[in-house]
Design a protein around this ligand. Structure first.
Ligand code: NAD
Length: 269
């Protein structure tokens, strides 16, 4: 892959598995120094394995523990990365989880856990990233933009999702977080966009693909007739983080094999 992100540093939250791991590998192969974030000690071996794959392939990076819902931990992670690499150029706000329940049975703990990680976590990381972008200013030799933030949203910022109201609400919130930041900091040449994946094969949605029956049922929602892979998201992340997309800000980019053209209406009936 072209080294379009050479001399840039990217923090990828929740990068010890799934989409985050795929994005970290793609950004590293595009030349970025990548920070593979993981939330708790038990996920450190998986983060180390992602980093090893990156460095074995000639990439540069480090692992960093931080629960994105904890303000002090987020501030410390950004300080550690600035100490290691001098600055941060790219934030991939990817960490996320689900705590599914029928709405009338949903506990406050299930609600708060999802909002705290998926939405407040994105707020805390975006705030530290923007503080660093503003402190450092533009480096025209490195990028046309002062900094880039990519929020991992979902098709569920558009498609309501019964049984997952906390999750869909968090993704709807990310849409407005992203667009408002793009509006507030565009004049400082900070770009903020969202990636909205459809069904990507990762641990978060294992029940939707682990049996042939589940996969077939899932494919009825996907015109392109295959489940997505983390690499699909990684390719888009490289584009959105690079100057190739310099005129894109405030945008939600759907990457879903056509899920949002609503396959159920394909027969015109
Ligand atoms: P995943 O479960 O493999 O990845 C989620 C990651 O977030 C894990 O590595 C986990 O350790 C990390 N994480 C959880 N809580 C954290 C915290 N407090 N601090 C830091 N990290 C934390 O699932 P995934 O599919 O790779 O999900 C990544 C993102 O993509 C999520 O935001 C998810 O909502 C979004 N997404 C996934 C799909 C899909 O089909 N897989 C579709 C749309 C959106």
């Amino acid at each position: 892959m072209d080294q379009v992100l050479k001399n840039q540093t990217a923090i990828i939250t929740g990068a010890s598995s799934g989409i985050g791991a795929g994005v970290a590998k793609s950004l590293a192969s595009a030349g970025a120094n990548v920070v593979v974030n993981y939330p708790v000690e038990s996920s450190k071996p998986a983060a180390d394995a992602v980093l090893k794959e990156i460095t074995d392939a000639g990439g540069i990076g480090m692992v960093a523990q931080c629960d994105v819902s904890q303000e002090a931990q987020v501030i410390r992670m950004f300080a550690d990365v600035v100490a290691a690499y001098g600055t941060v150029d790219i934030l991939i706000n990817n960490a996320g989880l689900q705590r599914d329940a029928k709405f009338d049975e949903m506990t406050l703990d299930q609600w708060n856990t999802v909002i705290n990680v998926n939405l407040t976590g994105q707020f805390l990381c975006a705030r530290e990233a923007i503080r660093e972008f503003l402190r450092r200013g533009l480096r025209p030799d490195v990028s046309l933009a002062t900094g880039k933030i990519i929020c991992m949203s979902s098709v569920h910022e558009l498609i309501p999702w019964a049984g997952h109201v906390n999750y869909a609400t968090s993704k709807g919130g990310i849409k407005m977080l992203m667009q408002s930041l793009a509006q507030e900091y565009g004049d400082r040449k900070i770009r903020v966009n969202s990636i909205c994946p459809g069904a990507i094969q990762t641990p978060i949605n294992r029940p939707a693909w682990e049996t042939p029956q589940a996969l077939n049922s899932l494919l009825t929602l996907i015109p392109y007739n295959r489940i997505g892979q983390p690499q699909d998201i990684g390719n888009l992340a490289v584009f959105l983080a690079s100057d190739l997309s310099d005129y894109i800000t405030g945008a939600s980019i759907f990457i879903d094999g056509g899920m949002t053209v609503f396959e159920g209406f394909a027969t015109g009936g």
